[in-house]
Write a protein that binds this ligand. Structure first.
Ligand code: FMN
Length: 185
């Protein structure tokens, strides 16, 4: 198996984001099988179709990073039962101008954490709808709705709970196998 480059969208800008910690935990579980590249999305202007002809440089940077990756991983919280606006704005930007999307055909996966029991399930469902439309090859299973409790993931990405670690290891292994099957030659 090769080392895959994975472009990572984290749907939270918060310094102590549990979703960023979750992404870091997945990176650790992938080990040297993958290289995670965390995408900067906090400086991308609000998408405006009028600017498609003078595309913002931050949007071009994002698209270049996505294009250079073998796969895309979305790690997101749920905001008001849906996708955080900052994440949707980044996706809209990387999918445009029409006919020049950075996403087309790449393997992708979705995961998320929340402090509530549903574990960002509804945000992930909304996100899947969007990602299928932009023609990402989204892994259907396993779904992963993480109910985050204090101390579950340390700042270095280590996971304190054995069953959570085993579950997330399974998620990472399946995603890498999905990339193996679906990435561009
Ligand atoms: C604007 C806003 C809306 C939220 N809505 C939800 C929600 O619909 N469902 C949920 O489980 N948690 C919700 N939360 C709580 C988040 O799960 C919690 O803030 C979590 O820590 C966010 O992820 P992060 O730590 O990666 O930023 C919301 C938080 C914010 C700030």
């Amino acid at each position: 198996m090769s080392q895959y480059k994975i472009a990572v969208f984290v749907g939270s800008l918060r310094k102590d984001s549990i979703n960023r910690r979750l992404a870091q935990a997945l990176e650790k579980l992938a080990g040297d099988r993958a290289k995670f590249e965390y995408l900067k999305i906090d400086d991308i202007p609000l998408y405006n179709q009028d600017h498609d002809n003078q595309f913002p440089p931050q949007g071009t940077r994002l698209k270049t990073q996505v294009r250079a990756a073998d796969a895309v991983l979305f790690v997101t919280p749920e905001y008001n039962r849906s996708i955080p606006g900052v994440l949707k704005n980044a996706i809209d930007t990387a999918s445009r101008p029409y006919g020049d999307s950075a996403f087309d055909g790449k393997p992708a996966a979705v995961i998320g954490a929340s402090i509530g029991a549903p574990g960002a399930a509804m945000a992930q469902q909304h996100l899947r709808n969007v990602l299928v439309f932009v023609n990402l090859a989204v892994m259907a299973q396993p779904e992963a709705f993480l109910h985050y409790k204090e101390g579950l993931i340390e700042a270095d990405g280590s996971i304190s709970n054995d069953s959570t670690r085993a579950f997330l290891q399974g998620f990472v292994d399946r995603f890498l196998a999905w990339i193996e099957t679906n990435h561009a030659p």
